[in-house]
Ligand binder design. Structure first.
Ligand SMILES: Cc1cc2nc3c(=O)[nH]c(=O)nc-3n(C[C@H](O)[C@H](O)[C@H](O)COP(=O)(O)OP(=O)(O)OC[C@H]3O[C@@H](n4cnc5c(N)ncnc54)[C@H](O)[C@@H]3O)c2cc1C
Length: 256
């Protein structure tokens, strides 16, 4: 599991409900492929196995299994960006980068190809009482950030700060919430350098009872968390942070 559970240490800490799901493997079929932005490939999957797919949290993840010649598949974590049981559909957004097996698979995917997925194993549902959010991340976090924004209600105020490598990679989300989106543009080969995100984060006013969610390359997440929690005193019980990947390492994520 990638994401870190911080104990709810203060009485005012938000409720986080953890729901376990039956661990199931599903075989899906590629139903549509769209180059959403230059750096993001959106693949829509279909298949009867999606009739009982469940993902209750915006930052849930599924394992995707990439077949290899060696036999044992490669496994990578991806966010269920959107799904619909009735139409048996699941959307996954793949950030395009120096391609490992998962990215390579997505780049080469054709209509009708199949992909096996497992999970989500569980969902962490943050109480709807949380009204203020600060969502920070890179391209790999954008699916979870987009989903959170789209699922938010009209009484929620969200600031998102996302690192991208091209202003054309900005995305627009349909939402009832009051959203302010900031984009930190930096070359992809600087994706493990926190400077671009930190420069924007430093000017952000942190209101009390703001839920802080961070996911990016692990050292970037660590630097952002150090700034916001250690230096500026944002409570850990209002924070969820994860390294969604680690520079130079395949299939890596970091727990904090
Ligand atoms: C909970 C969770 C949810 C995630 N959701 C998504 C999602 O919805 N969409 C998505 O695109 N990614 C997502 N990721 C990140 C994704 O799992 C990793 O980027 C993964 O390493 C990609 O697999 P790969 O086979 O392409 O590369 P790997 O074989 O794992 O890595 C190959 C090389 O690529 C580099 N690399 C890996 N990721 C990146 C990157 N993003 N940018 C630049 N270089 C990179 C590594 O340093 C490594 O040297 C998620 C990760 C987690 C933990």
């Amino acid at each position: 599991m990638t994401l870190v559970d911080f104990p709810n240490s203060s009485s005012a800490a938000p409720r986080i409900e953890r729901v376990r799901h039956e661990l199931k493997r599903r075989v899906l079929t590629v139903a549509a492929i769209e180059r959403l932005t230059p750096g993001m490939l959106r693949i829509s999957f279909g298949g009867e196995d999606l009739s009982d797919f469940v993902s209750l949290g915006a930052d849930d993840h599924v394992k995707i299994f990439i077949p290899t010649e060696a036999g044992e598949p490669e496994r990578r974590d991806y966010t269920p960006r959107r799904y619909d049981n009735a139409s048996r559909s699941l959307v996954i957004d793949f950030a395009v980068h120096e391609a490992g097996p998962a990215t390579q698979w997505a780049l080469e995917a054709r209509l009708g190809d199949t992909l096996e997925i497992g999970g989500p194993r569980g969902s962490a549902i943050i109480s709807a009482d949380v009204k203020h959010w600060l969502l920070i991340g890179d391209e790999t976090a954008l699916p979870a950030i987009g989903r959170r924004i789209e699922e938010a209600g009209p009484d929620q105020r969200i600031t998102s700060i996302v690192a991208i490598s091209d202003m054309d990679d900005r995305q627009v989300f349909e939402t009832a919430a009051d959203v302010k989106t900031l984009w930190a543009c930096r070359p992809l080969d600087q994706a493990a350098d926190p400077s671009a995100l930190l420069a924007l984060v430093k000017d952000i006013e942190l209101q009390p009872e703001t839920f802080l969610w961070i996911a990016a390359e692990a050292s970037v997440t660590r630097a952002l968390r150090a700034h916001l929690v250690d230096e500026r005193g944002h409570p850990l019980s209002w924070t969820k942070a994860a390294g969604y990947w680690v520079i130079g390492k395949a299939d890596a994520h970091e727990k904090f």
